[in-house]
Design a protein around this ligand. Structure first.
Ligand code: XMP
Length: 517
């Protein structure tokens, strides 16, 4: 295993991804708890991340001494490089806050990290962090690569296997970065590349059995990839002691409920409770226009429905379920280092089954909590989930309700479902589905005048949204070509009664959010 000590860089998670792509399992820990984690995890290699602080400031983060003295191979990136210099007898000159930029490094001496990759004299593109810089190296270190603005772009003590870099090997803008990281964990640290999805599957099944024992587990399915993968994995581990509940709140996309039911009942033969709660939800939402109230109403009803189902399950006399399964992923779990402090503003109340475990007095089973989204997809493939399901765009818990600004009605949902299906069909035909992070239609509470044939129309406006993103935290609108937008708009207006105008949303996040409510 490799241990990544997080100093608060925005891209620490990418280090973990690159290491795992090299087949080596790793964990991220905040620098404050690194000393303990080191003893508990017993890693074979250490990576120190970048971070926003300045080592010249009093009280700035440091790498724990037990790690520095461990004799293990260390790769220190950016802030990591500076703290190594400060802690091992070098010097760092204060500059400004770290800022990224493209740079070219020239290799001036060989390093074990460059093995089979970079030759002396070669020039390579990297993504560099400017700001503080190391001015004097600790004893034993020599420079192996430099750039115009960074004379110590890469310096190492090859004997002690400590490598420090001012550039970021983990980002895609450093094209050879993934290979440098692979060299570090595989060749330098000699860690085995045995982190595969097949291996994970076996480990996860064992871990679930150990945690659950003879208990029963309830798993809520949302129609999304994460909960589906968690459910299939749990079923493999504990069979009929798992009950899957799929609450159809009437806010799903076209064909979605049927697809989930088919997947579980027919494809996997996993029993599924399909709760038809459409009227309950839609009646409660009637006349409600405030986005937060809509979200909260849906969350509350979801919890109530779920509780009622849990009671029914316990009624068979085989015991009440003590465990609740959730498809929580690694990015939600890692305790990232935050330097901003203070309470953050609630932008939206995200709805998942978060309120459930406490209210129902259940213990959580989270078999995916060590995985990134793309790893969950890989695990889904490993478990035989159909490709079309594994590659799905994310879909929010409150469903189409938050894509119907203003009041939700059955009629509006029907129009929206059709427009959305036509739009996604065009995206698939254009081969863009996998390029886009998320795409959907929004039905606006605005009517405009149009002309169709010889008649006047007065119908809804449909807005189209498509974004690229890595994690949903920030996003760019997708730059379609106009011909595509024209085709999608024409088809929607021709095929969907109730829509006579289509617009495209060109807002990125921030300042917009991905969903409209
Ligand atoms: P926003 O709109 O906040 O969305 O930019 C970011 C990502 O989160 C999804 N989203 C949700 N997912 N429950 C969910 O499970 C929610 O309540 C929820 N609200 C937004 C959204 O679709 C996007 O992928």
């Amino acid at each position: 295993k490799a241990l990544i000590v997080d100093f608060g860089s925005q891209v620490t998670q990418l280090i973990a991804r690159r290491v795992r792509e090299a087949g080596v399992y790793c964990e991220i820990v905040p620098f404050q708890s690194a000393e303990k984690a080191f003893d508990a995890i017993k890693p074979g290699a250490i990576i120190l991340s970048g971070g926003p602080a300045s080592v010249t400031q009093a009280g700035s983060p440091r790498a724990p001494e037990n790690i520095l003295n461990s004799g293990l191979p260390i790769l220190a990136i950016c802030y990591g490089q500076q703290t190594i210099a400060a802690q091992m007898g070098g010097a760092v000159e204060g500059g400004h806050h770290a800022e990224f930029g493209r740079a070219e490094v020239e290799v001036i001496a060989p390093s074990a990290l460059f093995d089979g990759l970079w030759e002396t004299g070669g020039r390579h593109q990297v993504w560099m962090s400017h700001g503080d810089r190391v001015t004097k190296l600790p004893d034993g270190f020599t420079v192996k690569a430099r750039s115009e603005n960074a004379p110590l772009a890469f310096a190492s003590d090859e004997k002690r296997k400590i490598f420090t870099t001012q550039f970021h090997p983990e980002v895609v803008h450093t094209p050879d970065g993934a290979k440098l990281l692979a060299n570090f964990v595989q060749k330098v640290a000699g860690l085995k590349s045995d982190w595969t999805m097949a291996a994970f599957r076996g480990e996860a099944v064992k871990a679930i059995r150990a945690q659950v024992g003879q208990g029963r587990v309830l798993c809520g399915l949302s129609g999304g990839v994460d909960s589906a993968v968690a459910a299939v994995l749990l079923h493999e581990a504990i069979g009929e002691r798992l009950t899957c509940v799929f609450v159809d709140h009437g806010l799903l996309r076209m064909g979605e409920a049927e697809e989930v039911v088919r997947l579980f009942r027919d494809h996997y033969n996993i029993p599924l409770v399909h709760v038809e709660a459409q009227d309950l939800f839609i009646n409660a939402l009637e006349g409600e226009v405030d986005p937060e109230t809509k979200r909260k109403t849906i969350g509350r009803l979801f919890i109530e429905t779920f509780e009622a189902e849990a009671k029914k399950i316990a009624a068979d006399g085989k015991g009440a379920p003590e465990f609740l399964a959730q498809g929580t992923l690694y990015p939600d779990v890692i305790e990232s280092v935050s330097f901003t402090g203070g309470p953050s503003v609630t932008i939206k109340s995200h709805h998942n089954v978060g309120g459930l475990p406490a209210r129902m007095n259940m213990k959580l089973v989270e078999p995916l909590r060590e995985l990134f989204k793309d790893e969950v997809r890989a695990l889904g493939r490993e478990l035989g989930l159909p490709e079309a399901f594994v590659g799905r765009h994310p879909f929010p818990g409150p469903g189409l309700a938050i894509r119907c600004p203003g009041g939700v009605t059955r009629e509006k949902l029907e129009i929206l479902r059709k427009a959305d299906a036509v739009y996604l069909d065009e995206i698939r035909k254009a081969g863009l589905y996998d390029v886009i992070w998320q795409a959907f239609a929004v039905l606006l509470p605005v009517r405009t005048v149009g002309v169709m044939g010889d008649g006047r129309t007065y119908d809804h406006v449909c807005a189209l949204r498509a974004v690229t993103s890595v994690d949903g935290m920030t996003a760019d609108f997708y730059p379609y070509d106009m011909a595509f937008l024209g085709r999608a708009a024409t088809r929607i207006i021709n095929e969907v009664k109730g829509v006579n105008r289509v617009v495209y949303d060109v807002t990125s996040k921030p300042p917009g959010t991905i969903e409209w409510e």
